[in-house]
Every structure is written in C-alpha cells, then in structure tokens.
Design a protein around this ligand. Sequence first.
Ligand SMILES: [Zn+2]
Length: 398
Amino acid sequence: MTWRYKVARGAVIFVNRLARRIGRGSGTVIGGRVGLAISGNLLTDLTRDRTVVLVSGTNGKTTTTAMITAGWGGNVATNATGSNMVQGHVAALADSLGNRAVLEVDESWLPETIVATRPSVVTLLNLSRDQLDRASEVRHLAELWREAVKNSPEVTFVANANDPLVVYATRDGARVVWCDVPTPWRLDAASCPRCAQSLRFSQTSWECECGFAKPSTVDTFTDGGLTVRGHPLSLDLALPGEFNVANAAVALTALSVLGADVPSALARLNGLTSVAGRYAIRKWGPRDLRLILAKNPAGFSAALPLIGAGELWIAINARVADGRDPSWLYDVPFEQLTGRKVICLGERRLDLATRLFYAGVDATVVDELDSLAVPGAPVTVVANYTAFEQWRQRTVEC
Ligand SMILES: [Zn+2]
C-alpha cells in the first residue's frame, strides 16, 4: 500500500475519534471527507483484501445490513451509523479490522460503489418513491441499476423477484439469485418498466402482455415458512412485521451465497431485537415508547399494520434529509387508522393533521412535547427520517 493510502486512512481514524471526543456525533461524514481529499482511491484500497457485500433498495437497507452483519458473525466492518454514501463507507472501513465488510448503499450511489469495492454479493431489496425532491425518479434509478448489473458479470445479485422494477434492473445479470418475498407496495410499478402497459398482479405473481413477468423459478421463497436455496429454515424473528421476514430472507440468501453457516446465522438473526434504535421499547421520562421508522409511502404501508393497542404518535419533519416536500403523506393509506386517535408531532405536524383529517382519523396537534411526558399507556411512535433521529436521541433503550 502507498504512503498516500496510509496517510488517508490515518486521517479518517483521527478525525472521527476527535469528532466523537468533542461531541460532534459519530463524525463519519467529516472523517470520510478528509480521507477522500487525501486519496480519491481510498474506498478501493480499503476493500482490496476484503469480501464485500452491498445492500441497496428504498426500504429495509439498514435492517438487512444489520442482519447480514449479525448473521455472518465475528469481525465484520459495517456502516451501522446509516451514512450510506462514500464518506460513510470510508469511515466505517478505515477504523475496523478483519477481511469482511457489509455496506448499506444509497440507491443512486450503487453503480459507482460496485465499481469501487468489487463486491462478491449485492442485495437489491426494492425500489419506490422516496424524498421526491431529491432522489432521482424511481424509473431512472432502475435504468442506472440495469447498466451496473450488466457491467458486473462477476457479482452475484440477490434480488427481490416480487418487485417489477428490481426484476427489470436485474434480469440480464450473469449471476442472479431470486428471492420471492412479501412486497406489498407496488404502486410505483403499476406500469411495465419495459413497455409501459399496465402490469397484471395476482395473489402470487405479476406479468405484462409484452412477456415481461416475475421470474418463473425462484431460489428463496416464503410460504408460511422460509426456504433458502432449497433448505427449509424455521424463521422465528424477534423483530416484528412481514417486511422484516422479507429482509431476513434476503439476508440469509446472501449469507448462503457467501458460504456462511446458515443454521448458526439463522439463530443469530432470530435473536436480533433492535436495529439502530428501532422496534425495542425505549424510555422517555415516565413513558415507554416503541420507535418505528417510516420515511415514504411504502415504508408507512409496511409500518401501519405493526401498530398495536396503546397510544399512537406520528412525527413528521421535512428537512433536506427527509425531502422538503411532504405531499407524499397523501399517498400513505392512513385510512387504515380511521377510528383511532393520533397525536401529531414534528415540524410538519399541521400537514400531517390535515392529511389525517381527510382520512377520517381523530388527530390532535401537540405543540409542547412536555405535555406528553406524563405517566400513561405504552406508545408507538412512527416517525420519518430526521424526526426519528430526534426521538432516538430523546429516549434511552430499556
Ligand atoms: Zn410490458
């Protein structure tokens, strides 16, 4: 390795540790930037002797990344802070040992991250609208992925066979392992990515008149149980929800492709109770809260069925990281909450309350958080990106 690599890696480690010591968060973005300014090749150099797995898709990236990391076991480098562009990748890898890495990757960064890291496996979870005014339009992303898949014949893609946009992006890949997993949100793929006619969806499949259709043979599938590449497994996740079953199926398939011991990986996955502050019960003064992240219509569709009895608070912000335009709230099926009381929080609580009014939900806007910090029933808090971060920081895990 060159002196430039050594200096750049050392700088990332130094700046990140300094940032943590002076209380500037995990420091991942700034440390990564400094390292990349010294060596533009840093990500390639840091992954040169490692087996790399990349995880991308609109929803489920962080959880699937955590599942593959935990399932693989031992010393695995990963960007657990959720910084999923090149600065975050460099920061996660510079300060860790071992020859294995699992990286969550922003959808639009995936092509260049494949080129830079030469991964063994790339998992493609789903594609739907997110952050309308920032991310590229979802079909443009599918075209970007398609080019990347075509140009990567040595990579194994573990892909969701139930998402037409993922299938469109992946079907010409040299090595594709298909996962038939629960994918309830399909409104962003209502028309065929190949010819623009309407897709026909049935309970278990989908197809277009032009011949574009769900792959006829799949390697991994859920049908009450879970079968990963021919091996039936008894999945018993502590994490809730069908979308986590989908994430686990993809994670175990990736581990199977890597040659990991799948039964021990399964045991470690079943034992996961919390990912980045999500799902576990957390304390906020006298209240017990369960935090759920949902940052777009597909994410909310998956989260709403998880809401149990007790109080429901929804917190919405519209900062740059959330997307400045909160009109996506009108695509969320909030009608499912009709008859429930919802407390509206966050900087865009009035937009949320207006949306809930049209859905026939009993919504109350609360301006002063202190008025909620009183003894009461357990609460489910569903929050979008920066609102979730605020709630994670306000609370502590029990
Ligand atoms: Zn078609």
